[in-house]
Design a binder for this molecule. Structure first.
Ligand SMILES: [Zn+2]
Length: 150
């Protein structure tokens, strides 16, 4: 059976729910009734953007038994625009290509099978996100060219 913790966290796993403290503005994910920063109890529900950036990360070479992914894989702390931070796997990329500050999209994916029961657990994974619109990229390139010529 999936762990009690898994069931308890389903709403936040499935919808990327968080809370924002009405007192100090701290965003918590998973949601918390009591603010970890100021102990305020005026928590407002918030759905996070499905995007963020890598704050820090580690490459895992020996995964826990029931995870489906193959090592090595990247486990990162990702921060959303709302200021929530979460520990999440970065999928669909070469671990060597992951860097701090890298933009990612948060996608709903199959995470693992739990034990021998084979129950499938779903959650979010981060995948590399690329800048929207080619114009932005072109601008950046031409700026880099200018720097190179200077
Ligand atoms: Zn607070």
């Amino acid at each position: 059976m999936p762990s009690p913790r898994y069931w308890r966290e389903i709403p936040s796993r499935y919808r990327l729910e968080a809370t924002r403290c009405g007192n100090c503005g701290r965003v918590s994910h998973p949601p918390r009734g009591v603010c970890p920063a100021c102990c305020g109890t005026d928590a407002q529900n918030l759905e996070l953007s499905h995007e963020g950036k890598v704050v820090t990360f580690t490459v895992v070479h020996v995964p826990p038994g029931d995870f489906l992914m193959e090592a090595p894989y990247v486990l990162a702390v990702v921060e959303t625009p709302e200021g929530a931070r979460m520990m999440i796997q970065v999928a669909d990329c070469d671990p060597a290509s992951v860097e701090i500050g890298m933009p990612v999209a948060l996608e709903f994916r199959l995470i693992r099978k739990e034990g021998k029961s084979g129950i499938l657990c779903y959650g979010h994974k981060a995948v590399p996100a690329y800048p929207r619109g080619e114009e932005e990229g072109a601008d950046l390139e031409s700026r880099e060219m200018e720097v190179a010529h200077a």
